[in-house]
Design a protein around this ligand. Sequence first.
Ligand code: PLP
Length: 459
Amino acid sequence: MTLSLAQLIEERQEEQYPLHRQYINPSLARVQGIIGFDKLWARGEGAYLWDVEGEQYLDLLSGYSVYNLGRGHPLVKEVMQEVITLDRPNLVKMDCPLMAGLLAEELVKRMPPGLDAVFFANSGADAVDTAVKFARSATKRPRMLFLDHAFHGLMLGTLSLNGGRQFRDGFEPLMPGFDRIAMNDLDTLERELSRGDVAALIVEPIQGKGVYIPEDDYLPEAQSLCRQHDTLLIADEVQAGMGRTGRFLSSEHWGLEPDIVTLSKSLGGGYVPVSATITRRAIHDKMFSSLDRCQVHSTTFGQNELAMAAGLATLHVLDEERLMERASTMGEKLIQGLAALQERHGMISDVRGKGLMIGIEFQPPQSLTLKAAWSAAEKAQKGLFAQLVVMALMSDHRILTQVGGPEVNIIKLLPPLIIGDEEVEAIVSAFGVVMAEATKVRGRVWGQSRKLIKAAMSR
Ligand SMILES: Cc1ncc(COP(=O)(O)O)c(C=O)c1O
């Protein structure tokens, strides 16, 4: 019996989008067509992707931060192949697999003091759901607090912690007592905590949607208020963790000592879905509180050999290649380069970020003609200008970026942590050209707006 994947791909590559329209998500396939992202991808390596025509693209999406090491890192690839070659006894389930123990040990070494117990699952949402269960069982309290704009996943438990109307609409009622508060509003936080029924406050120290960064004293103050009221602090590091912001955890920028940390995305080295929820032994053991409750929380694929091996290899590469230091240095250069553009282009209102998690925010133009174009676009769909910039970067510069969230004029950059000066220069130069072009109402950037407005209207 033979099955050649290469042959199957060659024979059917052209059917990629039709298959999705027929069997998967036609709306998504259509949107990709409208914004010019409907490429036939042939290969990915490092910070780059190639389409079937052999054109090269710089990938600043990184699979939403899955590819912190870049695509196909040779060491991770080798380790993946080794796991398969070794015929490891995977998912025996009624055992305590070595590889999970080794990865747990490595993760604990990288945590703030006292976080020494690990639960492995498969996705970011799994990790956050686990964190909520840890918090509830440890405190015996029902409620959760989360921040405006928060994104912790889209399964029902994690959707209940989502700070955006667009994701929640159509699925309510969600978990009762899971309440949203504004970032930087310590008074409201204190008022809610003083009710004595909040199990945990969950934060992304740097938010994924919009790249919002709290004021300097907010997170430390929030942590100390949580401590005063016996509420746990969960740092959701699924996107900002794993070195992305120049530190292993983004919480380290504020010296936080959260009670629970979640990790996922690039922990699997870009090969295997995996997540980890790390907490204090005492909190962990309240959930698995007796021998007959030793499996009260579990997931079939948790601790699988491929995922654990990918995690071990990824942590090794992060250290060996000093990728956190690199994220810091390259991030600073990129932010400086983009901030210099802000001085020249009034439509850039803010450039913010830490390490290689960067947001670029836009504001309405000064010129009257451009203002009219902006208003028409915003009326059809909020955040449409940012989408136009994303499209221009893709079509004219072969750079993949994304709009930073629903209904915001923000672009988010999540480059692989391996980028160097060459990529930084290419990004800044492409942004410069696109922003200059965006000053011409009949130029290439605004030229796409009619198409988007029409699509938004026909929604
Ligand atoms: C901070 C954060 N938490 C949780 C999640 C959910 O992860 P997943 O999509 O793997 O469920 C995400 C996904 O983007 C995220 O950014």
